[in-house]
Design a protein around this ligand. Structure first.
Ligand SMILES: Nc1ncnc2c1ncn2[C@@H]1O[C@H](COP(=O)(O)OP(=O)(O)OP(=O)(O)O)[C@@H](O)[C@H]1O
Ligand SMILES: [Mg+2]
Length: 313
């Protein structure tokens, strides 16, 4: 969980706020990777920081990475066609010939060993990297054609380490949807199973989130971040191992939220345990950059492959 201190955003519009959140998460992730696995290359990090500064100063966004297409009313059908991808600073492919199709209003889980390429699939969908081969389609449209606004309006991600800002809960939520009414906010928080808790705080929705706040747990902050994603109301919502650091009760609460959301959205979850995904419409098993199995729980158990072996560990 990252609490960004001393950030007072002047612009509270959806695209800018989500971009900041997305980019800050990427930076943290990328910097960790470089420190752990590679020489620490400062150039990309600096480039990203420059972009955030631009955004905070309300400058025009870089457009070159995005297409011109303005797409609304996205249903949320997702397709990867022969996708191959290698990070610039590495020798081996992080994703190798990935093909799958996901229906709208469905629940999909991506599972597999650490380093397999699960989060990379999300990063490509979010267009954090565009130097991949093959095609990624949303509603049968190549995401290379989406302009930035259309893509941000189509997809939201909730990460394991969501970023909250050092301001009130309400302000944190309004960042992604400045037009939301208190009823909209409460509806999102109820769906994220966090409204009751917020109402029990001394200052309720005006409670300030701080790094060393002891009256809000990691699980509760996680659910505030989920409420923020719900409030953004995109047709596609991605969860990257959001429950892995949580206690059983918080996990159950978030699983209920995911279940509810999948009735009206395309939900993709990177899961680290198998017990919560048994009733999912589709499970993708990723190993060393390859999609090795695909199906629902029953189909995968019947095929007695890798998934079956995992359930018997
Ligand atoms: N920014 C990066 N730069 C270089 N290599 C990277 C970067 N991010 C990921 N990788 C590498 O790409 C491969 C796939 O990583 P990815 O994060 O997608 O795996 P994952 O399945 O999400 O793993 P985990 O379960 O540990 O989160 C790994 O070998 C990883 O080291
Ligand atoms: Mg990952």
């Amino acid at each position: 969980m990252y609490i960004i201190n001393n950030v007072r955003l002047q612009v509270f519009d959806v695209e800018t706020a989500m971009l900041i959140i997305t980019y800050m998460t990427t930076i943290v992730d990328d910097v960790f990777h470089r420190i752990i696995e590679h020489d620490f290359g400062i150039s990309e990090f600096t480039a990203n920081m420059k972009r955030i500064k631009w955004l905070l100063e309300d400058n025009e966004l870089e457009k070159e990475k995005f297409g011109q297409g303005n797409f609304n009313n996205i249903q949320g059908v997702i397709e990867f066609k022969n996708v191959n991808f290698k990070y610039n600073n590495t020798e081996t492919e992080a994703l190798h010939n990935i093909n799958f199709k996901i229906k709208d209003n469905s629940k999909t889980a991506i599972i597999g060993m650490s380093g397999g390429g699960k989060s990379t699939i999300f990063k490509l969908l979010l267009k954090q990297y565009d130097n991949y081969k093959g095609k990624i389609l949303i509603d049968n449209k190549d995401i290379r054609n989406f302009n930035e606004k259309s893509l941000r309006k189509a997809i939201t991600i909730v990460n394991q380490e969501p970023i909250l800002f050092n301001m009130s809960i309400k302000e944190n939520l309004l960042m992604v949807n400045s037009k939301a009414t208190i009823n909209d906010i409460k509806r999102a928080c109820k769906l994220a199973n966090i409204d009751e808790f917020i109402e029990s705080l001394p200052n309720k929705y005006d409670e300030i989130i701080e790094e060393n706040t002891t009256n809000i747990s990691v699980g509760q902050k996680q659910r505030i971040a989920i409420a923020r994603a719900i409030l953004k109301d995109t047709p596609i919502i991605l969860f990257d191992e959001v429950t892995s650091a949580l206690d059983k009760r918080s996990k159950k609460e978030i699983e209920k939220t995911i279940e509810e959301l999948s009735k009206t959205k395309t939900v993709i979850v990177i899961a680290h345990t198998l017990d919560s995904i048994k009733n999912y419409d589709k499970i993708l098993v990723i190993k060393e950059g390859k999609l090795i199995e695909e199906g629902n729980n029953k189909e995968l158990l019947d095929s007695k492959g890798f998934y079956y072996a995992l359930t018997n560990l």
